[in-house]
Ligand binder design. Sequence first.
Ligand SMILES: [Zn+2]
Length: 147
Amino acid sequence: METEYTDIKTVEVDMVCPRCKRGHMRRDADYNVVLPTYPALYPHKCNMCGHVENYTKAYPYIKYVKLVPEDKWISCSDNLPEDNSWVICQIKENEGVLWIPRILRYNKEKDDWYDHKLGWIKQNSDNYLDVVAWMKCPDVYDGGNIW
Ligand SMILES: [Zn+2]
C-alpha cells in the first residue's frame, strides 16, 4: 500500500578519523578494494594521518533524511525534537485539558521541557503537565518586506 509522500533532503555522511580526529576516512587507490567478508568491508585510509580501518559502508555516502514538516503537529510518542531546540508545544494537563500552545525548549538528558515562566514543565508540575505534541517554530522574522 502506498502511503503519502514525505519531503526529503539529501545529506552527505562522512567518517572522521577515529585516531587523529581531524582527517576523513577515504578509499584511495591503494585501498580501492572490497574485502570478501559478510557483510562486505571497505578498507579506508585517513587522508591526514594514514590510519587504516575497514567499514561496512564506503564513505562519504549520500543519505536521504525526512524533513520535519513546519506546519504539522508531531506526536511526542512518534518523535522528539532535537536536543535543546525551541519548538511550539502542546501542553496537556492530567485531566486532559489542552493549553494554548507555548514555545518550549526540549532537553533530552532531563527528558523535560523548559518554559521561560514555568521552568521545567514535568518536574515543576510533578508530572501534572506533559507535552503531547510539538511542531517547528517558524523562521525568525527578519524585518523583510511586509508591505
Ligand atoms: Zn587520521
